[in-house]
Every structure is written in structure tokens, then in C-alpha cells.
Ligand binder design. Structure first.
Ligand code: AMP
Ligand code: MG
Length: 407
């Protein structure tokens, strides 16, 4: 059976990033992936300007200034931010200037106001500046026409601000992936149905929809499919037609009612993963269909579904979404504050919380039953501790790899 890292690689190699582009208004572009390189017609800064409140001077006039013999200059103009200077500074002159205001012609240096004393139209400079102090030069941050943002960037707060600065009002973004969700199982009912003995609520549909949305996808919830090959075949065909990827839960194990693999095979699916040496989440199926469509058949236990999403699907979805620097799971080194036990035959993921204590991650197991059917104690966790294959016990205080989730 394949290891976790082998499966991770197989999945990522199968993922073909979307390239379809759409234009959306700037205010809707947050969290999306940029589809084109963006440049601006402006230099940044637009003009030489001042980084401080103070006085715009000729360096030649003031470099000899000292506490004992200050240099006295004539204030010929006041330039607040947003105004265009009207005068050229001549020798012996200065302009009062404020942060962000355009540097007047003739001046090359800013003296900060803390090093001056003014009275009327005169200002005394007590401390010599360095040449060009506090001048932000036109184009020193960015030259018009260069690449400002590159395609494949995720639009987070800095990128949104940069797009605004570039007056990019219609943003070219990669279209969001559509991911179909199927819940398989005769035992499943929807949350609005009355409870009947033997049934359980289809929680995976909601788990997956939330996860897909969190990762920039559009979930296409296709409901509950009974454990019946014909119904499954119809549902999977429909899902493959409508979505970029399909995720189903349940029915991929070795039970008599587990029909997913059989149906995938009948529909011409090519199998790449059939089981992973991992707990929970062992009976994972990954198959492909034409046009780069991926099918993930995930075991039905809710915790298995969640762990599979965090371990494999998050990175895969980032790559699908067109993000250039898609991120691998954040696995950090820490110590455990509980004994962590495993049968040792599979890479075991146990859930809990980390906090940073004196610079070190410390992991604590979630309270309650660590059973892959127990969704309840996944709430508010932020980490999975990983017990490697071949290890049966990690003792309190020992090192452990920790996968950070929901960060
Ligand atoms: P299966 O993978 O079909 O063998 O299902 C494994 C376990 O997960 C069984 O206890 C199922 O009842 C449960 N299960 C399957 N699908 C879902 C679902 N959509 N929501 C919640 N639990 C499920
Ligand atoms: Mg089932």
C-alpha cells in the first residue's frame, strides 16, 4: 500500500491548474487567484516626495549646520500632502513640507522638523542631514510598465492594495473550481429529515462544502446516493459532467455495499491510488477521467474525511486553483503533552491543539474518544499530531511532527 508522501505526490502530479480566466470587480477579488500579470502606467512613488514632516532644503545649504551654529533659511512655501509645489527652492530658501507631499524643484533633502526651530518665515536647522534624507524618489518602488503582480498570485490584503493602487478595477482572475460532492450510503438522511432508527445524518456534505469554500472552490452539493450501483453510476456520471472534480464519501472500503470503485471502473476511470497507509483515511481512491477530472473517493467516517481534506486536498485545491506557490501542509516540530499511541502499521493522525510555549509548539490531544466516527471532538482543534509508521508510542515531552490546521 502507498505511503502518505507517495499519495501526496501522485495527487499533486495529477492536478492540472485551471487556466480559464474571468474579469471581476476589484472589490470582489479578495482571496482569488490572479490570471494575468499586472502592470501599471504609473511610477511608484508618482513623484519625488517627502517621507517625513519637515523642511525641503538644498543639502549644500545645510550640511554644515550644528547646534552651535545653526543654518537659517527663508520659508518660501508650505506644501501639504496633496498639493503641487509652486516655487523652486533657491539657495538660502526652504519649503515647509509634510509627509507624502511632492518635493519642490531645487530641493534635494528633507530636514525633519524635530531638528529645527521656526519663527515666522525663518527656520533654523540645528542638525546636518545626510544628502537625500527622507526623499522617496519617483519610481524607486516601481517603474511604470514593469510587472507589478504576477499571474498565479493569491489576492490577499497586500495584493488587493497593490491592485487598487494600479487602478485595476476589473481584475483578471482564474475561475473558481467547481467541486461536486456526493454522499453515498443507505443509512444517510439529510439534516431536515426526521430521525429513523438505523439512519444517520449526512454531515460529510456540509463538512466538504465548507472545506471547498474555505479553499476557494464552489461546492456543488449533489446529495445522498443510495448504496446501489445503478444510482451511483447515474450520480457519478452527472457529477463528472458538471464539475471539475468529484469528491464522494463512503462506499470505497471492502464492505459488501461499497460500490464506488466498481462504478468508477465501469465508467472508464483510471485508478492512481487505492488505499493509503494512513489512519484514519486508509481506503482512499483517486481516479481520473478525461479532461483532467479527478475523482476522490474518501471513506465515510467524518474524521477520515476531514483528515484526508487537510492532508491531501488542501494543497491539491490550491494547485487546481492556479496558485503558483501552492502551499504544502504546514508540518512543524513540537513536543507532546500526552502519550501518543499507535499500532505502528500506518501513519497515524491524532487530533488536538497546539500552542506555542516559550517558543516551542506543544501538542495536547483533544478530549473525548479518538474514534474516526467521532466528529464531535474535532471542534476547535488546530492541529494533528503525526505518529510515523513503525512507532507505537510517543512519550510525554518527546518530539512529534504536528500538522497545523485551520490556520
Ligand atoms: P463507509 O466508508 O461507507 O464504510 O462508511 C464508514 C462510516 O462512515 C459509516 O459508519 C458511515 O455510516 C459513516 N458515514 C458514511 N457517509 C457519511 C456521511 N455522509 N456523513 C456522516 N457519516 C457518514
Ligand atoms: Mg457506506
Amino acid at each position: 500500500m502507498l505511503s502518505v508522501t507517495e499519495v501526496e505526490k501522485i495527487i499533486l502530479d495529477l492536478v492540472k491548474p485551471l487556466t480559464d480566466k474571468e474579469f471581476i470587480p476589484l472589490h470582489e477579488a479578495n482571496n482569488r487567484i490572479l490570471a494575468d500579470n499586472i502592470s501599471s502606467n504609473f511610477d511608484f512613488p508618482y513623484d519625488d516626495n517627502s517621507a517625513m514632516d519637515g523642511y525641503a532644503v538644498k543639502f549644500q545649504d545645510v550640511f554644515m549646520a550644528s547646534e552651535d551654529s545653526p543654518v537659517s533659511l527663508n520659508i518660501v512655501e508650505e506644501i501639504p500632502a496633496g498639493y503641487c509645489p509652486q516655487k523652486t527652492i533657491l539657495s538660502g530658501e526652504t519649503a515647509r513640507i509634510f509627509t507624502g507631499a511632492i518635493l519642490p524643484l531645487g530641493a534635494d533633502t528633507i530636514v525633519i522638523q524635530e531638528n529645527t526651530q521656526s519663527e515666522g518665515c525663518q527656520v533654523d536647522i540645528f542638525t546636518p542631514p545626510l544628502k537625500n534624507d527622507f526623499v522617496r524618489y519617483k519610481g524607486s518602488f516601481y517603474r511604470s510598465g514593469d510587472f507589478l503582480l504576477s499571474s498565479g498570485s493569491k489576492l490577499n490584503p497586500p495584493e488587493m492594495a497593490i491592485l487598487a493602487t494600479a487602478q485595476c478595477l476589473q481584475v483578471p482572475v482564474v475561475r473558481s473550481p467547481i467541486i461536486a460532492i456526493l454522499s453515498t450510503g443507505d443509512e444517510l438522511i439529510t439534516p431536515d429529515e426526521s430521525m429513523v432508527k438505523g439512519k444517520i445524518i449526512d454531515s460529510n456534505q456540509y463538512l466538504l462544502a465548507s472545506f471547498i469554500q474555505q479553499n476557494g472552490g464552489i461546492p456543488l452539493s449533489l446529495g445522498i446516493i443510495p448504496d446501489n450501483p445503478v444510482a451511483l453510476e447515474n450520480a457519478i456520471t452527472n457529477a463528472l459532467n458538471k464539475a471539475d472534480w468529484v469528491i464522494s464519501t463512503g462506499g470505497v472500503s471492502v464492505g459488501d455495499y461499497d460500490y464506488v470503485d466498481e462504478v468508477l471502473r465501469k465508467l472508464g476511470g483510471k485508478f492512481h491510488v487505492k488505499g493509503v497507509k494512513m489512519k484514519p483515511g486508509k481506503p482512499l481512491t483517486v481516479a481520473t477521467f478525461d479532461q483532467d477530472k479527478l475523482y476522490f473517493g474518501i471513506p465515510g467516517n467524518p474524521v477520515s474525511t476531514m483528515v484526508t481534506c487537510w492532508r491531501f486536498l488542501q494543497t491539491a485545491m490550491e494547485k487546481l486553483s492556479g496558485r503558483k506557490n501552492y502551499r504544502y501542509p504546514s508540518i512543524v516540530k513540537g513536543i507532546t503533552r500526552n502519550h501518543l499511541r499507535s499500532q505502528g502499521n500506518r501513519e497515524n493522525y491524532v487530533w488536538g491543539n497546539v500552542k506555542v510555549v516559550e517558543g516551542y509548539y506543544q501538542f495536547t490531544l483533544a478530549q473525548g474518544s479518538h474514534n474516526s466516527g467521532n466528529l464531535v471532538n474535532l471542534q476547535n482543534i488546530n492541529a494533528l499530531a503525526i505518529i510515523p509508521v513503525g512507532t507505537n508510542l510517543i512519550e510525554i515531552g518527546d518530539d512529534v511532527d504536528i500538522l497545523l490546521v485551520n490556520h
